[in-house]
Design a protein around this ligand. Structure first.
Ligand code: AMP
Length: 219
């Protein structure tokens, strides 16, 4: 099974992917996490991509595609994968399709998360993430704050704010999303793969409910 999580930054792709990963027993792979780890490990890849993440721009397609395709060949993904944050351009989507075809695979469903823009900005500025790479639990300082400030409820790790979750970078990330990534919706809609669904506090429809509906949809 191959699932793609689509949606603007801050819609909750990672959270929904995490729930689906447990429910469906397949691994979730986040391109953003791969890049952030490379930056914190100071690898060659990290040095190359750092400036793009800092400004909210996309990492160039060729490099991103190379990194993700290499990851897709790893044995832990044999049963399936949830791709969170890839593809993010039509070119990436086309290359992914070719790659999967060459490997005798195809996309099962594309889950497109839709949230009003004002809510997204509010959610991103209040987002704090557990710095423990094996935990990465997401908190929201307003909606679900940790019991002890700055400390993860689950593992005791330190909570951090992503550098690109600061207000100055958010608008640039959202612009990048609407201009470069949103056109992919049409690409997948035409293939009959797109499942668009609201995820919003305003209508009290959050990650748990969305993930439950996706599991039903896949039955
Ligand atoms: P995310 O954690 O998905 O919000 O991604 C954080 C940052 O990583 C993005 O703002 C981009 O700079 C980079 N990134 C992640 N996925 C991709 C992708 N598929 N293509 C290009 N850049 C990406």
């Amino acid at each position: 099974m191959i699932l793609i999580m689509l949606g603007a930054p801050g819609t909750g792709k990672g959270t929904v992917a995490g729930i689906l990963s447990k429910e469906l027993g397949i691994v979730s792979v986040s391109s953003g996490d791969i890049f952030r780890k490379a930056i914190s490990d100071k690898t060659e890849l990290g040095k190359e991509v750092e400036k793009y993440l800092a400004s909210g721009a996309l990492v160039p397609d060729e490099l991103t595609i190379k990194v993700i395709e290499a990851r897709l060949l790893e044995p832990d993904l044999e049963k399936g994968v949830i791709l969170d944050g890839f593809p993010r351009t039509t070119h990436q989507a086309e290359e992914l399709e070719k790659f999967l075809k060459d490997n005798g695979k195809s996309i099962t469903k594309v889950i497109n998360l839709v949230t009003p823009k004002e809510e997204i900005v509010e959610r991103i500025v209040n987002r704090r993430i557990c710095s423990n790479q094996n935990c990465k639990t997401v908190f929201n300082m307003k909606l679900n704050p940790p019991k002890v400030e700055g400390i993860c409820d689950k593992c005791g790790g330190e909570l951090i704010q992503r550098k690109d979750d600061k207000e100055e970078v958010i608008n640039s990330r959202l612009d990048t999303y609407y201009t470069e990534t949103a056109p992919i919706e049409k690409f997948y809609e035409e293939k009959g793969l797109l499942y668009s669904t609201q995820i919003s506090e305003k209508i009290n429809r959050l990650a748990d409910k969305v993930a439950k509906d996706v599991v039903e949809l896949l039955k």
